[in-house]
Design a protein. Sequence first.
Length: 367
Amino acid sequence: MNNLFGSVYKGTKVLVTGHTGFKGSWLALWLAKLNAYVTGFSLPPISTPNHYELLDSDIHSLVGDIRNCDELNTVFVEEKPEIVFHLAAQALVRPSYQNPLETFSSNIMGTANVIEVCRISPSVKAIVIITTDKCYENKEWQWGYREIDRLGGYDPYSASKACAEIVSSSYRRSFFSNTDQSNKSSNVLLASCRAGNVIGGGDWAEDRIIPDIVRSVVKSESVQIRNPYAIRPWQHVLESLSAYLMLGQKLLEGEQSFAEAWNFGPDNDHILNVETIVKTMQKNWPEIKYSNSQADGSLHEAGTLTLDCTKAKQKLKWLPVWDVYQTIEKTTDWYRQFYDKNTVCSLSQINEYIDFAKQKKARWAQS
Ligand SMILES: NC(=O)c1ccc[n+]([C@@H]2O[C@H](COP(=O)([O-])OP(=O)(O)OC[C@H]3O[C@@H](n4cnc5c(N)ncnc54)[C@H](O)[C@@H]3O)[C@@H](O)[C@H]2O)c1
């Protein structure tokens, strides 16, 4: 695995915030297998089971809160990371209605703290900030949003992530980019990533469709599908991680023109409605039962929201690897292996993903 991503991660000190969460735990695992020195900084995992603890990984795990700047600073002084992947966040829309202040403080001030500490840390060369496709002002139109489109957000989660984008852009322009002004105090390169919904094994978050299905099937219950006809772009978690790692590679290699905002999403034929996803999962897991229920009209939820990923494809040469049916199959297979065989197959799925990426001639997978 060492020769992937131009071998930049081999022996590199990497800090992953949010490593106890769904995406962060997969990213930390992949980075460790690329022979990076990985430190994770997060709150403790909230679900039982959770992917991070199941991996039983030997990465250096630190428990802490990104809202505490002093605590973060100590981590940077001691660990001296060269690149930071910032994933820690209150990551769900519905809880953001229940606890908006926590969402705003973690996602806005938490992001500002992480970037500020990167700014004063002499070791940091690159920062990859993870936001979301929901950072765009959703006009419910049928076209994909481009990186130049207007930011916004109706619910507190989306708004907090739009703010995280603005904070990132402000730091980049005021302190980091090595362009026009003389007051730039740092050569750190910062990029932000706006990826859409991801699925994969090891997610037990509340109020997400795949974990909801899994929780119901293991209890032999029928799952209620809240928005059966809602269209969502579906992507395996490894797709977005390959994009973050590619971008991290460019930044570590000092490519300034990549220090900007990026969309990463699936191809248009990966955009299925929720009911089709459940039916496709059922083919691989016949015990799944579901019924359609009325959407809870009390909370506003976005309808159609897709991304235009032309820039990622043309400039970064990133491309999706698994199609939507492979994505659902791998996801279902992960949970079946876990519940039927007590096996955690994350590493073997990363290897399958790499093999397929090589066949598809993905740029990052070429030696
Ligand atoms: N899962 C998705 O479909 C999806 C889609 C788009 C963007 N994202 C973004 O990707 C990132 C990771 O999402 P996820 O699905 O893994 O979420 P998750 O809820 O599984 O994990 C969130 C992580 O952040 C940590 N965290 C939260 N608040 C913190 C705080 N104040 N201090 C320290 N750590 C804190 C948690 O401990 C956990 O490790 C988030 O930034 C999220 O907004 C996720």
